[in-house]
Write a protein of this length. Structure first.
Length: 228
């Protein structure tokens, strides 16, 4: 199959899944930003998602997209390293103009993966997973009332300065990953050239920065001594 067997096909899959995940980050970041203004509004949004069928379908699609993105990222990095072989050092020396993020996308991706694992443990497993378990009649020890109170979990974790600092570190890595990944995805899909590529890079940096500012505002808010 062309999408799997060719390097261009694999990069195209990386680009499509990457853009899909960026759209999710835009929605998720906007949703999280709401909690700073109204815990009730945040809980209403979380309740609208919850364990409803459309939220479950979306969660499954996101999970598949994320797994595919990670697998292909590792595979492409391995293939690139194998192709360079002993010339890896020389290639890096000859690409001083290439930004650090573009040469370390896998490293940044691993850091982001660690962030996602922690985030799933802290929030998804305490909220949507508990609701799913109750709907299935399973008792996993989760409190259904707390599962529907997302603002409680935001406050519970981010009042701990250690978690807030960890999130900020991970979000910086995510920003670096996005600033390169977004424009690279559009370039793979044919949007480029001497005129448009610089513009796409600027737009990508602005979009990545706005996404991260929405996410990072929460740990910074708590580190400054505020609460919800």
């Amino acid at each position: 199959m062309w999408l799997i067997d060719s390097s261009i096909g694999r990069k195209l899959i990386m680009s499509i899944t990457g853009i899909f995940l960026v759209l999710f980050l835009v929605f998720h970041g906007t949703m999280n930003f709401v909690v700073l203004f109204s815990a009730e509004a945040y809980n209403a949004i979380a309740g609208f998602l919850g364990a409803n069928w459309y939220a479950l379908v979306g969660t499954k699609l996101l999970a598949i997209g994320f797994v595919v993105h990670i697998i292909y990222a590792i595979y492409l990095s391995f293939q690139n390293q194998k192709a360079r072989g002993g010339e890896s050092y020389a290639v890096k020396n000859n690409q001083k103009s290439v930004e650090w993020a573009s040469q370390n996308m896998l490293v940044l991706g691993v850091i982001v993966l660690g962030f996602m694992a922690l985030h799933l443990f802290q929030f998804w497993s305490k909220m949507q997973l508990v609701e799913i378990s109750h709907k299935l009649g399973l008792d996993n020890g989760g409190d259904l009332a707390l599962a529907k109170d997302g603002a409680y979990w935001v406050k519970h974790y981010f009042e701990n300065p250690v978690y807030s600092v960890l999130y900020i570190i991970w979000l910086v890595a995510l920003w670096m990953h996005l600033t390169h990944g977004i424009w690279s995805a559009f370039q793979t899909m044919g949007a480029g050239g001497n005129i448009w590529l610089p513009r796409i890079k600027v737009i990508s940096s602005i979009l990545a920065t706005l996404i991260i500012l929405m996410f990072i505002s929460i740990p910074v808010y708590f580190l400054l001594g505020f609460s919800i």
